[in-house]
Design a protein around this ligand. Structure first.
Ligand SMILES: NC(=O)C1=CN([C@@H]2O[C@H](COP(=O)(O)OP(=O)(O)OC[C@H]3O[C@@H](n4cnc5c(N)ncnc54)[C@H](O)[C@@H]3O)[C@@H](O)[C@H]2O)C=CC1
Ligand SMILES: CC(=O)C(=O)O
Ligand SMILES: [Mg+2]
Length: 371
């Protein structure tokens, strides 16, 4: 199969969808891998590394896209990338469509087959292609929050661990899944006082068991949210309803109850964000202030640690890429219902229920397309 790896073009996105080691595995199976010149540079992988792995290099981005049957990316296609997609091509990347109607309609118009990393499931009920980047983003969320609490960033001037004689900061994590657990773990490691809120009792049980009471676990209700908003120095938004837009859990009115200079880090921003006042930001300008509260809402956090993230992402995606390349998308998805859950758009049709529902579009069952 002809597989293309374009250079990512989103603001400060330094990841690439395939490492040279990943390229080698595909080339060894007889596939033709074309990598856009310089695509791996931001992650520390040079053109020579891809050549040594047997990949071809192509400087002309239009040729990278037009010559491919399977296109591997990291972030959702930007407008000019959507325009480069055509029927018969398969796109495999993060899509987060439920928060992006224009993108959804653009992908429908392209006629291409679009498979989202983040909606592929596993037998344990997890999201195996979202998990590695959620691990990265969860760990980064505390770094970002700690930095945002500094005065120069508009924060209240609070040090997460405190010092002897001065209490540590209070950190609340809303959503105790992969992002939430990793954020909570980092915050604990830095000496903060940590509370995790979730709606899932089994998830709270797991966290309680793993951390043996070192973090508080609380069932999330409107009352609890109001208390957390009043008391926290840093709140990390980490909820997910798979494939759907995130619920708005902190409203603008609630910001008035927060301490001046407190910080909201909305990791769920790629699904639209879980705070009413969140809007996507970039690594170039990651924060803004509303009613005295610093907001950090970068939608591609792992892009900033591209070396670690690229390796972690390829580790997770490669088995699925191999299945697509070896069998074609229809057979690969027919053989694995968890992989089929990744199909979001095919030939102008929306094949993911939460996305169809978000925009009032007709939903087509993936199984009906797989024969
Ligand atoms: N900004 C960025 O760069 C990145 C963002 N993400 C995003 O982070 C979000 C979280 O991802 P994961 O941790 O992997 O998901 P997950 O599925 O592992 O965890 C989500 C948790 O939220 C809980 N939850 C759902 N609704 C809730 C509610 N109303 N109140 C409290 N808890 C609720 C669930 O029970 C679950 O435990 C996703 O939107 C994901 O796309 C992930 C990686 C990078
Ligand atoms: C999950 C995601 O959107 C990212 O890693 O950028
Ligand atoms: Mg987006």
């Amino acid at each position: 199969m002809k597989i293309a790896v374009p250079k990512e073009i989103k603001n400060h996105e330094y990841r690439v969808a395939l490492t040279p080691s990943g390229a080698r595995e595909l080339v060894d199976r007889g596939h033709v891998v074309t990598v856009q010149t310089g695509a791996g540079e931001g992650a520390g992988f040079g053109d020579a590394d891809y050549e040594a792995a047997g990949a071809r290099l192509e400087a002309d981005v239009a040729k990278v896209w037009s010559g491919a049957e399977l296109i591997l990316k990291v972030k959702e296609p930007q407008a000019n990338e959507v325009a480069s997609l055509s029927a018969g091509q398969t796109l495999f990347t993060y899509l987060h469509l439920a928060a992006e109607e224009t993108l959804t309609r653009g992908l429908m118009d392209s006629g291409a087959t679009c498979i989202a990393y983040e909606t592929i499931t596993d037998r344990q009920g997890g999201l195996p292609l979202l998990a590695p980047m959620s691990t990265v983003a969860g760990r980064m969320a505390v770094q970002a929050g700690a930095h945002s609490l500094e005065k120069a960033q508009g924060g209240g001037g609070v040090l997460l661990p405190g010092v002897p004689g001065v209490a540590p900061a209070r950190v609340a994590v809303i959503g105790g899944g992969v992002v939430g657990e990793n954020a909570a773990r980092m915050a604990l490691g830095l000496g903060a006082e940590v509370t995790v809120l979730d709606k899932s009792i089994p998830r709270l049980e797991t966290l309680d068991d793993r951390y043996q009471g070192r973090m508080k676990t609380v069932f999330s209700t409107a009352d609890v949210l109001e208390t957390v908003v009043r008391e926290s120095d840093l709140i990390i938004g980490a909820v997910l309803v798979p494939g759907a837009a995130a619920p708005k859990l902190i409203t603008r009115a609630m910001l008035a109850e927060m301490k001046p200079g407190s910080v909201l880090v909305d990791v769920a921003i790629d699904q639209g964000g879980c705070f009413e006042t969140s809007k996507p930001t970039t690594h170039a300008e990651p924060t803004y202030v509303v009613d005295g509260v610093v907001h950090y809402c970068v939608a591609n956090m792992p892009g900033a640690v591209a070396r670690t993230s690229t390796q972690a992402l390829t580790n997770a995606t490669l088995p699925f890429v191999k299945a697509l390349a070896n069998k074609g998308w229809q057979q690969a998805l027919a053989d694995d219902p968890h992989f089929a859950a990744g199909l979001n758009v095919h030939d102008g049709q929306v094949t993911y229920a939460a996305v169809a529902e978000a925009f009032g579009l007709e939903y087509v069952e993936p199984a009906s397309l797989l024969g």
